[in-house]
Write a protein that binds this ligand. Sequence first.
Ligand SMILES: [Zn+2]
Length: 265
Amino acid sequence: MKKTIKRIFAGTLLTGLVTISGLVTIIFFPEPLFANKLEHGQFNVYSNEKIDGNTKIVLDNALKLVESSELYDRTLKFDIYFSYNTLFNKIDDALIGHGPSARATNNYVTFKVAVDVKRNLFFPTFYQECEGNLTYLLAHEIVHVLQESKYGKIKFNPFKHPEYWKLEGYPEYVARRPVRLTKDYDLVKEIDRYIELESKSTDIWISIDEGGCKAPKYYYKGRLMTEYLMDIKHFTYDKILADTISEDRIYAEMINWKDSIEDKN
Ligand SMILES: [Zn+2]
């Protein structure tokens, strides 16, 4: 009797282990779950739907943004998965948790929500329904791939990583470069805008652009602090990561700088 129970237990354990290792394998090597593939430059794109020709435009534009980063590496290949409404998404949600619109792991980026490549949009659902810029999102996620590639999985993983403003601020800084390059853009005004939005917000979510999308505050704050350190103080991202001055002190310093510019005008 006891032997039978032991056998059943061992059998169940084995089945469980095989199932879990199978699911984990799928998470890290999802290629076989997708019917269509497009190869383009540094990218391999996977989707169950027919891949829209406009995808190449989004890939090229995102890469142009990323090329401006000190972390850019032309030898890397990036795998892009459009996984909305797929079996992969369900497994990924179950194992890693439902939430972000996209995720970067190893050398791949998964778009978990619906996208419209032709209109360069993605459609977040986690906090509220809205429309976001697909090129910026792709560039943001590729920077996460580059962070992990340069600094290693030990320093950049979901459980251990630099402070959030350093983790998310830099990908935002790189991805939103076109905003900084517009004629009317001004960091001082942008900091004022953040302070105003922050004072009105009752939780951690704050508007980041006109598409109605909100993100946790540290995305916006982190981008502004990164921009201040890189564009005004000429830090590299490497130096920002190595720097030990606290977030509060850097923020206070940035506000002093902003006030001094406003006093002059
Ligand atoms: Zn991110």
